[in-house]
Write a new protein. Structure first.
Ligand code: C2O
Ligand code: CU
Length: 510
């Protein structure tokens, strides 16, 4: 209902753009036809500057070509037939791989019965292909094809997902690995690990769950008490995490997926003892942080959100929704379980490395906790090669995270974002500026805050990231260089919080 309304207003507001798009079917429409503000003219996705900046990006001359087909399909999870939506008919979408500087040409062939898009999470790429309907393009209509074509900017572990409402809460997401032509890290091979909390087709649907949550605490119809949240789906009460500063999540899930597999059917990867494996861990979940580790073994964290960090040995790493962590692991003889504990929810997903010796551990025999040195990506220090040059900020934006569970009315600076009017409370900036953003969490819950199109630095020398955990009543200050003109969404990467309004726009003007 809401998205039809939004799409209609979007089209209504951009008559000229729609007419232009009809003439050149492949040209995305700009967000609005009222590009002026008190502070200048908005640099819309169609602005020639966007193409100019793209032309300046390094190029290898190679092209990676792929067609992705979002469509409904059926599969089996935990012994149950599940119908959901995904890319190319599988829970695990194709992992896209290229090298920094390659051109990525992806055609989306939309076989869904509604509009869709793809957002390339974490990429400092050209604005018109950022995949945000209502802001950078129109939704790709049912039955329509759409070409994304852009250069892969920085090496690292990224991912892609639909940016239409709750679609990524189905299986409309996949991994995107950008290789470094001069890779400095020594490892034998990588293992992409995509984690997700799953309920679609098992205990409900993401849209149904959102509806239930939207009734707020007053209408707690199908809520589940206590951690674990087995059974009815819907609202989860009492999931707590000291690490996350309190309430761990709002939504009860029947189980969690590790590369599309439920814990009754774990993925097993054959390996050789002594091999150094680079884990590329991606949290694609909607409402669950994962605590990832290997019992009895340290992980060496090397990257977060694609960018290198000072190597840090830990017992476990916590990833909020949208975050990625790369870690080195040396394979031991036998079976090595890689655990992903659903933080505060008493559940886990896992995968196994096997050298062929011994027998696979049973799910019930695996440890249910990972303690010791435990960090999240926002607590790591940047590798000096990617630390921002020191500079006084040209502009500071105070971004207060507001709202709560009572009426499930999440927002930014007390306002709920409205995609039909994306510039209403937009945060202005100009190319060339050093921008300081103060995320102040005034709510009783943690939020993984994500900025499109830029990789910010956490504090004075923290990690470069695109998604950072902000705990209750905490302020996290981040800095970025405004070097990618366009209109860029930012939001909490909790799918339910975002959809209920915790979003905003960084709006370049000239
Ligand atoms: Cu991964 Cu706007 O999102
Ligand atoms: Cu949030």
């Amino acid at each position: 209902m809401k998205h039809h309304l939004n799409r209609r207003s979007f089209l209504g507001l951009s008559v000229a753009a729609t007419a232009a798009a009809a003439l050149a079917a492949c040209t995305p429409a700009p967000a609005k036809t009222t590009p002026t503000t008190g502070q200048g003219t908005r640099i819309l996705p169609t602005d020639p500057l966007v193409a100019e900046y793209e032309a300046r990006r390094a190029a290898t001359g190679k092209t990676v070509t792929k067609t992705l087909t979002p469509a409904p399909f059926s599969t089996t999870l935990a012994g149950k037939k599940v119908t959901t939506w995904g890319y190319d008919g599988a829970l695990v979408a194709p992992t896209l791989r290229g090298t920094a500087g390659d051109q990525l040409d992806v055609t989306v062939a939309n076989k869904l019965t509604e509009g869709t898009s793809i957002h390339w999470h974490g990429l400092a790429m050209r604005n018109n292909d950022d995949g945000v309907p209502g802001l950078t393009q129109e939704a790709i209509g049912a039955g329509k094809d759409y070409p994304y074509t852009f250069k892969l900017p920085h090496p690292g572990t990224y991912w892609y997902h639909s940016h239409v409402e709750m679609q990524r809460e189905r299986a409309l997401y996949g991994a995107l690995v950008i290789e470094d032509p001069k890779e400095p890290l020594k490892y034998d091979r990588d293992w992409v690990i995509v984690l997700d909390d799953w309920l679609d087709g098992v205990t409900g649907t993401p849209d149904g769950t959102l509806k239930e949550l939207a009734q707020g605490m007053g209408g707690m119809g199908g809520m589940s008490h206590g951690s674990g949240g087995m059974g009815s789906g819907g609202m989860l009460m009492g999931a707590t995490s000291e690490f996350l500063g309190g309430d761990a999540g709002d939504v009860a899930y029947p189980f969690h997926l590790f590369n599309g597999r439920d814990p009754g059917n774990p993925e097993t990867v054959e390996a050789t003892a002594g091999e150094r494996i680079r884990l590329r861990i991606i949290n694609a979940a909607g409402d669950t942080a994962y605590r990832v580790g290997v019992p009895g073994q340290k992980l060496t964290l090397t990257h977060t959100d694609g960018f290198p960090v000072q190597h840090t040995e830990v017992d476990a790493a916590v990833l909020g929704m949208g975050e990625r962590i790369d870690a080195l692991l040396t394979v031991r003889d036998g079976y090595t379980p890689v655990l992903a504990l659903a933080e505060g929810k008493g559940q886990m997903a896992y995968g196994l490395l096997s050298t062929g010796a011994g027998t696979a551990p049973a799910l019930g025999s695996l440890p249910k906790t990972l303690e010791g040195t435990v960090v999240d990506g926002g607590q790591l220090a940047a590798d000096p090669s990617v630390t921002l040059a020191s500079k006084k900020p040209d502009r500071t934006h105070e971004v207060r995270l507001t709202g709560g569970m009572m009426s499930y009315d999440w927002g930014i600076n007390d306002a709920r974002f409205d995609m039909a009017n994306p510039f209403e409370n937009a945060f202005g900036l100009k190319a060339g500026e050093r921008v300081e953003v103060k995320f102040t969490n005034e709510t009783m819950m943690w939020h993984p805050m994500h900025i499109h199109g830029h990789t910010f630095q956490v504090g004075a020398a923290g990690a470069r990231k695109d998604t950072v955990i902000v705990r209750p009543m905490q302020t996290v200050t981040v800095y970025f260089d405004a070097d990618n003109p366009g209109q860029w969404l930012f939001h909490c990467h909790n799918a339910y919080h975002a959809e209920r309004g915790m979003m905003g726009v960084f709006s370049y003007t000239k």
